[in-house]
Design a protein around this ligand. Structure first.
Ligand code: PMP
Length: 406
């Protein structure tokens, strides 16, 4: 297991020093949102104190400084994802808004009634419901890649889902329930053989693995700032310029126009065409700071360390009688979903909370996957580079305690 200086990393996250119910906080809900390092919070504070003015087209000093900071943040995201150009980076409110944008604009511009989008059984609701809304609105159809017993995508069935009507594939990079790291390069390669573009939901991947959108040849790639140590309310849609150029705007308003008359409006160039209204120019700079923080530790180090934590926790959990771990994929992120005997996931979650341990319980916004698994929900633990084996030991002892209690 790779060694990180976790002691000193933890000092960057004041919340990790808190107690809940007089117990030291053990935060194992990182797949829902990550905690924020001081430098990110300070970036927000100094942004509002020192460079706050509405951006773009302002002639005054502050407006120009804020614009420069926002556009520099865009360049940092471009570099982080290894996108070809900053014009391919659209700031959104998060993964959900980014997928809704593509679902709406892509189906309007590139799909006819009866055309098909392929998604998978392990998608988060945010990569299911937007397509259902478009299906009801425009008559597109949704096809679904099944998941195997191990919790991997059934690639043979995926290949069989393509038809002449397939217009887009939209799949998650890492499952927020099973932890499965999907073979996205292969998924994209197969779709491209059919001349079909691919959207990858990177919400769980960007905090955990190196993402190079050009190496992957992804047509669209989306993620949320708050899951990668950045602020809430900001996220990213990466899209190849050739696709973004084809798509109509998602929302209308200020910033996204070139000219407006009552007769006709022409739209701004990329990326502004998709950024109607005042953007979160403070959030963008704080997100860039979060990405720098992650890069300083090294995404390879993070992946290796978190993988070590996940495997250690899985091994320990497996020693508990009656445990079932959902998701046995070879390639896994730092997410573990489990149930123990007949114990309800809520009961387990509530009792662990009383012992100071934050876990997630329920369907994890993946009800269709729960139906496939034949369960209502799970207990989910998910790790960050600031978690430790010692915390896992405490967690395991606590789970055993809860088990005997119930
Ligand atoms: N996709 C996946 C795989 C996720 O884990 C999440 C968050 N749980 C989302 C999409 C939605 O992200 P957000 O709520 O930040 O838009």
């Amino acid at each position: 297991m790779i060694m990180l200086d976790v002691e000193s990393i933890r000092k960057d996250f004041p919340i990790l020093g808190h107690t809940v119910y007089d117990k030291p906080l053990i935060y194992f809900d990182n797949a829902a949102t990550t905690q924020k390092p001081r430098s990110v919070v300070e970036k927000i504070e100094t942004g509002y104190y020192n460079v706050n003015a509405n951006i773009h087209r302002g002639v005054h000093f502050l407006s120009q400084a804020a614009t420069e900071a926002h556009e520099n943040a865009r360049k940092e995201v471009q570099r982080f994802l290894h996108a070809h150009s900053p014009a391919e980076i659209i700031f959104t409110r998060g993964t959900t808004e980014a997928i809704n944008l593509v679902a709406s604009s892509f189906s309007d511009a590139c799909m006819q009634p009866g055309d098909e989008v392929i998604i998978s059984e392990m998608e988060h609701h945010s990569n299911i419901v937007p397509w259902q809304i478009q299906a009801a609105r425009t008559g597109i159809a949704i096809k679904v890649i099944p998941v195997t017993e191990k919790g991997e995508l059934c690639m043979d069935r995926y290949k069989e889902l393509f038809s002449e009507r397939t217009k887009l594939v939209s799949a998650t990079h890492i499952s927020n329930v099973l932890g499965t790291i999907n073979p996205v390069e292969e998924i994209i390669g197969i779709a491209h053989q059919h001349q079909v573009p691919v959207l990858i939901d990177g919400a769980q991947a960007v905090p955990h693995v190196k993402v190079d959108v050009q190496a992957l040849d992804a047509d669209f790639y989306v993620f949320s700032g708050h899951k990668v140590y950045g602020p809430t309310g900001i996220g990213v849609l990466y899209g190849k310029e050739k696709w973004l150029d084809k798509l109509p705007p998602y929302q209308g308003g200020g910033e996204m126009i070139a000219t407006v008359t009552f007769e006709k409006t022409t739209f701004n160039e990329l990326p502004f065409k998709f950024e109607a209204g005042t953007p979160d120019y403070i959030g963008s700079t704080a997100l860039a700071e979060a990405l720098r923080y992650v890069e300083n530790i090294g995404i390879g180090n993070i992946a290796a360390y978190e993988d070590g934590l996940m495997r250690y926790a899985a091994e320990k959990l497996n020693t508990i009688e009656g445990v079932r771990i959902f998701g046995q994929s070879k390639e896994k992120g730092s997410v573990l979903s489990f149930l123990i005997d007949h114990i309800h996931h809520y009961d387990m979650g509530m009792l662990l909370d009383r012992l100071g341990i934050a876990v997630r319980t329920g369907h994890h916004c993946a009800q269709p996957l729960m139906n496939v698994l034949g369960i209502e929900g799970t207990v989910r633990i998910s790790f960050s580079f600031y978690n430790t084996k010692k915390e896992i030991d405490t967690f395991i002892t606590s789970v055993e305690r809860v088990r005997t209690m119930l």
